[in-house]
Write a new protein. Structure first.
Length: 149
């Protein structure tokens, strides 16, 4: 299930935004369902790096998911994968300079599992809304982080 590209304009320089989005210690600032994130590999944020993330969602409860870095082009692009009990996904962020900071364009491809496959038409809107809301939370958190430095 492809989630259409969405974008936000973030009022911080591109290099700061890139540093923010690749700092896994900050994921809880813009992903409110995340309880804990712990590295499974050494070496930092680079292709092949993996993390185990524990989330607690209101309707689904607490569960673990695994994320990994697929591709990174510093200050331009980040692609990561995610696998959890009901879905897997590939999510991409592309960054571009704009006069007021950084334009962040993101899109995702979700592959639903099990019974969720059957429910794809029903959950598409919900998944799209959540994806777009996380992009707005990311903007707010990155801007707050920039101001605090």
């Amino acid at each position: 299930m492809r989630i259409p590209a969405a974008h936000v304009d973030v009022g911080v320089p591109r290099d700061h935004f890139f540093a923010y989005i690749t700092d896994t210690a900050k994921v809880k600032q813009w992903q409110p369902d995340v309880i804990e994130s712990r590295a499974l590999t050494d070496g930092g944020f680079q292709p092949g790096a993996r993390w185990r993330v524990t989330v607690n969602e209101p309707r689904r409860g607490r569960f673990d998911l695994e994320t990994w870095v697929i591709a990174v082009t510093p200050n331009e692009r980040v692609v990561y994968g995610m696998d959890e009990p009901s879905a897997s996904a590939e999510i991409e962020y592309r960054l571009a300079d704009i006069p007021t900071g950084t334009r962040v364009e993101s899109e995702a491809n979700f592959r639903l599992k099990g019974i969720m496959k059957i429910l794809t038409p029903l959950v598409r809107g919900m998944v799209t809304r959540k994806f777009e809301s996380r992009l707005k939370l990311l903007r707010a958190a990155a801007e707050a982080d920039f101001v605090s430095h």
